[in-house]
Design a protein around this ligand. Structure first.
Ligand code: HEM
Length: 227
């Protein structure tokens, strides 16, 4: 990610030298830089914090995720691309984490013309906000809606179409979706392979919304090196 950001930065400098008068180009480049920098770093980092938090709260889920990692990696240091495809349960854990804690909790779209949705008229020329946080916690879409349950994302479970969208939907869907989930799997697998986590008792599991969601007071853990 750092290298990627650096490349964008260098491009920006070159553009500045070549085309000093074109402020609009620069603004767009800067917009992209900020998007990548914010969208590309905090969202995945916070997803991992929430994942560790939920694994700490559910020892049986933790045990199963750890068993999968140990079976696939053993004591191997490097994770290959093929290994990533085998982390079925870990992937379910990460999806369920983003259901309860969509770290980018919504998005919006500009409506160019009037629309009627479910009998409700929405006038054109306004911005419509979508909350993945709200949709993904609704009982009408998810049984035991507040329960952390990675089984919802089992390959045989019914697919939660159009009510689960942590990366948004449509042509402007998150550009980094696949990359971020590869990154999250690598980091979580490595953490589970090498360390044992347990939550320090008495901490709050409140959420803070600073544009992206994060655990309000961090996730405080005891960490032990796996023998
Ligand atoms: C857990 C991790 C992530 C989540 C939950 C997430 C979520 C989102 C959401 C909800 C949007 C808005 C899309 C829309 O309005 O249609 C978005 C946009 C975007 N994301 Fe991510 N994102 C994540 C990671 C990343 C990473 C790692 C990158 C880059 C490497 C990235 C790059 C972008 C970009 C460039 C956009 C703007 C796309 C556009 O407007 O066409 N995201 N992301």
């Amino acid at each position: 990610m750092f290298i990627r950001n650096m490349i964008i930065y260098l491009d920006l400098q070159e553009t500045k030298e070549e085309n000093v008068n074109n402020a609009k180009d620069h603004e767009q480049m800067l917009d992209n830089f900020v998007t990548f920098f914010i969208a590309g770093q905090e969202t995945t980092a916070n997803q991992l914090s929430f994942a560790i938090m939920e694994l700490g709260r559910h020892p049986e889920i933790y045990k199963r995720a750890k068993a999968e990692v140990d079976e696939i990696l053993g004591t191997k240091r490097d994770i290959s691309y093929d290994d990533l495809g085998k982390f079925t349960y870990l992937s379910q854990v990460l999806k369920e984490t983003l259901r309860l804690y969509p770290t980018a909790p919504g998005t919006n779209r500009w409506l160019h013309e009037d629309m009627v949705i479910n009998g409700l008229k929405i006038p054109g020329g306004c911005s419509v906000a979508f909350s993945s946080y709200a949709s993904q916690r609704m009982e009408m879409y998810f049984k035991d809606h507040l329960k952390f349950d990675p089984e919802r994302f089992d390959v045989n479970a019914p697919k939660p179409y159009y009510c689960y969208y942590p990366f948004a939907l449509g042509p402007r869907i998150c550009l980094g979706q696949l990359f971020s989930q590869m990154e999250a799997k690598v980091v979580l697998a490595k953490l589970l392979q090498r360390f044992e986590f347990s939550l320090v008792p008495g901490q709050s599991f409140d959420i803070k919304d600073t544009g992206t969601l994060r655990p309000k007071s961090g996730v405080i853990c005891y960490i032990k090196h796996c023998s």
